[in-house]
Ligand binder design. Sequence first.
Ligand SMILES: [Zn+2]
Length: 662
Amino acid sequence: MTKYPEYIPPAIPGHVNPPPAEYQDPSSFSFPGIHFTRNMHIDFTIDFNPRLLHGEARYTFLVKNPSATELVLDICGLTIKYIKIEDKILDYSIDNLSSPIGNALRIRLPDYLAVGDQQNIFRTIGYSTPGNGAGHQAGGALDWLKSEQTSSGEPFAFTQCQSIHARSIVPCQDTSAVKATYSALAKVAPPYQHLTVVMSAQNVPLRPGETGTRFECGVPVPSYLIAFACGLLEQRELSNRCVVWAEPSVVNASAHEFAEVEDMLVTAEKIAGPYVWGRYDLLVLPSSFPYGGMENPFLTFVTPTLLAGDRSMSNVIVHEIAHAWSGNLVSCQDTRHFWLNEGFTVKLERRIIREMRSKAREGLDGIAGRRDLDDLILSFGDNLKYSTLVSQLQVDEDPDDYFNIIPYEKGYNVLLLLEQKVEKEGGNLHDWMREYFKANEYQSINTDDFLRLFKEAFPNLYEKFEWDTWLYGEGNCVEYGDLDLTLVHQAAEFTDKWLDLFREVDSLPYDDAVEACRKQLGTDIDDFETWDAKTKHGFLTDLRGKIAANESPGQIVWNGKCPGYLEDIHGFNAIKNSEVRFMWCRLALSGCYENVLDNVNEFVSMQGRMKYIRPLYADMNDIYPKGSNATDLFAANKNSYHSIAVKMIERDLGLDGSRKTR
Ligand SMILES: [Zn+2]
C-alpha cells in the first residue's frame, strides 16, 4: 500500500456566488444562475481492460429558480446508465447536437421539487465512458497509455480537463462560473489494483467498508481543475508540504529538478498572500502530456520535458504555483476572460522570478514573450479574431481554438504597464493584487469586475488608460512597459556578431567559412558555453526574430549553410534543454538545414507537449522539408499523443477537412 503524505485539510470557506440567472457560458449548455453545483462526489473505477471509466456522481445543487422544469448538465462521450433522486428514476434526454462543445444532458425535474425558495437537491447519475470524448470532435480529458508507452512497463491513465473536457469524465456544469467542493472515491479494476491513483485534492482516510483511495477538495474549484492520474508512481519529499510523484525511473531526477519548490512557494506567498491550499505536490506525467504544466489544485501536473537536469526550466513550476492565486483561488467566469487567469499568473510568475533570480531574468522572459506574441499575431495575417485580450468566443465555437499565448503575454504586458503607471503615482500594483485576491477569493469574476476594482483603487489612472484598445483591440499591444534588458542585450550583441559573420563568410567554401567564424569569435565561444540555458534561448530567439524581420533582402544572409556554422561551433543539436532545443529546431528548419531533421524527428516523437510539437509540425509542413514529411511523421506518432494534441495538429495541418487554425 502506498504511503501518502500527511495532509492538512483546508478550512471550508463560505458561499460562492452564483452568476445572474441570464448568464450563460458560450462553452457550456448549463444554466448556473438557475441551478448551481455546491458539491459533487464522484465514485469511479478505472478499468484498463477495456479502457473505461465507470462512475457514479452525486450532486448537491443550490436551486436559484424553483420553477425550472429541467436541469441541464454538460457531457461528451458519456454513456448514461441511470439518473435518480433518492430511489426515484428520473427521465432525461441528450441533445444530439453536432457541437464543438459536446452534448446537453437534460434532466426532467419531478414536480414536487418545484417548491420553496432556495433549497438543495440531490441526485445521482451512473455512467461509463472511455473519457476521450468517444470520437466526438470536442475530444476528451482522459489519456490511456499502454504499458509500452510508459517507462515503468505498467499502463497509465491521466486527465487534462482544461478547458471544457471535465464533461468527458463526469456529467457536470462544465463552466468556471461554477465553483464547487468535491470528493472522490477512486478504485482501479483488477489486475491493476497495485497502481496508485493521485488526484487534484487531498488524500484522506477511507471510511469504514470502503476500498480504493478517497480524496477531498474542500476548497470550491471550477470543473476544469478536477484531475486524476493512475500508474506506477513513487514519491519523494521536497519539503513538509511538497512531494513529487513520478514513475520510478524519473522520480529521483524529478526530486533534483524541483528541489527549489519550497523556496518558490515562500516567495510567492510573500508577494501574493497566504497559500490557502495546504499541500503543494507535483506529478511528473509520461511524455504525452500535452501541456507544460497544469495547475491542478494540491497537485500540479508537469511535463517530463522540464527535466533538464540543471533546474533551468523551473519557471514553469513558478507559473503553476502562481495559479494557486490567479485561476484557482480567483477564477475567470468563462474562457472569454481567460486573461484574468493567465495574464495575472504570468505577471505573478515574473514578479517571483524578479525576486528569486533578477530583474534582468524577468526582462529576458518578458522580451521572449513579446517576440512570441509578435510572431503569433503576424501568423494570423488578416484574420485577427484570435488576437483580442478578452476573447470573442461564440456559442458555436471550440474554446480550444482560442487557446494561444494572447491571454498570457498581452495580459502580462497590460499588467506590467499598469504596474509602472501605478508606481509613478506612488502605489504598488502587487499590493493591490494581494487585496484583489483576498476580495475575490473562492469566486469567479469577469473583466468588468476587474475594471470596477481597479477603478476603485486607482480612479485617476483608470480614466487615463486606454482600456478598450487593450482589452478588445485586435493585433499588437498598444504600448510596452520597461524591462531590464541587460541579458537581452548580451544575447543581442552575440546575435549581431553572428549576423556580421554570416555576411562576411558567405562567399567562402564551407570549411573555410567555419574556420573564419571560429577565429573571429575567439574566446566568445567558451563564454557562450557558460551562459545559462535561458540566455542561450534568448540568443536563438533573437537570431530567429531578426532573420524573420529582415524586410529588405540582402541585408541579412540566412541560407542552408548558416545553421551549419552554428552547429559546428556551438553544437546545438546536442543540447537537451527543451526550450533551447525547440528554438534551435525552428531556427534550423527556417534555414532548410538538413542535419537538424533527425533532431526534430526525435523531439516530436519522444514527447507530446503541444507548445513544441504543434509549431514543429507546422514548420515542417509549411517551411522545410515540406512534402509529406510532416503528415507522415504525424501519422507515425499520432497514437502516442493526447487526443487534444491530435485534434489541434490535424487542424494545423488541414487534415480534418477544416481550415488551418494557425
Ligand atoms: Zn497558466
